[in-house]
Design a protein around this ligand. Sequence first.
Ligand code: PEP
Ligand code: MN
Length: 344
Amino acid sequence: MIVLMHAGASESEVQAVSDLIADRGLKPLQLPGGDHTAIGIASAISPDERESLADVLRSMAGVSNVVHVSRPYKLASREFHRASTFVSVKDIVIGGRDLVVMAGPCAIESHEQLMAAATAVKASGARVLRGGAFKPRTSPYSFQGLQRDGLRIMRDVGMQTGLATVTEVIDPHDVDTVAEHVDMLQIGARNMQNYALLVAAGRSSKPILLKRGPSATIDEFLFAAEYILHEGNDQIVLCERGVLPLDRTYTRNTLDVAAVPVLKEISHLPVIVDPSHATGHARYVQAAALAAIAAGADGLIVEVHPEPRRALSDGQQSLTPEGFSELMQAAARVGGAVGRTADW
Ligand code: PEP
Ligand code: MN
């Protein structure tokens, strides 16, 4: 942290700042410049003290600005964890050279529907089966998911096909039950700042797929990851799924494709992209998916339904098995062009 003093700050004001820093058990370092004096803090500040100390310093006479030198999310940031984190979902590693694709329906509707989706996405090269059992819907009248029956279907289809599985958990009290049925827990965009859920996920031994909230900044996204890391779970995959659009005439959300290289630079966690929720229309999903891979994403999560027109949720953005197969072939070409392994 560096405290910048106003040009006209008096010696006693500079001294008062140094004294306050020293009183907190930290080491002040005066850095006289031409017109301005800056005071650095040459010792580590604990994360819980950081903001309150900055607030006090900002309120002191003669202080012009207080700037943080390091990022406030210590565990999610690359500053303190240089090496990239690899996330293991069963025998699948996310964050290495291999692109990993997760695919399946928005919601689990029946054993037959999930099995048809699973067989198709596996044949095209997906390694993780997605499907919601608990659906967070905007309207309480929309299909809420098969819930516990859906979890059982997911577990059965995962076992029968050999695919790893991911499903969303929306209630902190359900984390253990959901974890007994699937290989990875999804925290949805609407729940990115559900802190009780993040803490419960952090205490789970399952890897977590954390989706970015539609209006969350990159810093807020990484603070959400920090909650999970803080509880001891470092197996987190970040997922960019589109942020609030300027207008919804053409797309459901706006894919923040630049968030991919930004997150890869400032965090050590793997990053995947959801082109389905980002665009909201099946016909744009492939273009968004390819952009994501070109931008450095470690994988994708894509909605695929055996019969999108009959889907109980998100049918308009779900690919048919044929559309998904086409996407996968194009993704392998783009992946190869940017140095990724995509040999499905
Ligand atoms: C989903 O994956 O079906 C979903 C609800 O996604 P999001 O949380 O990104 O809206
Ligand atoms: Mn969906």
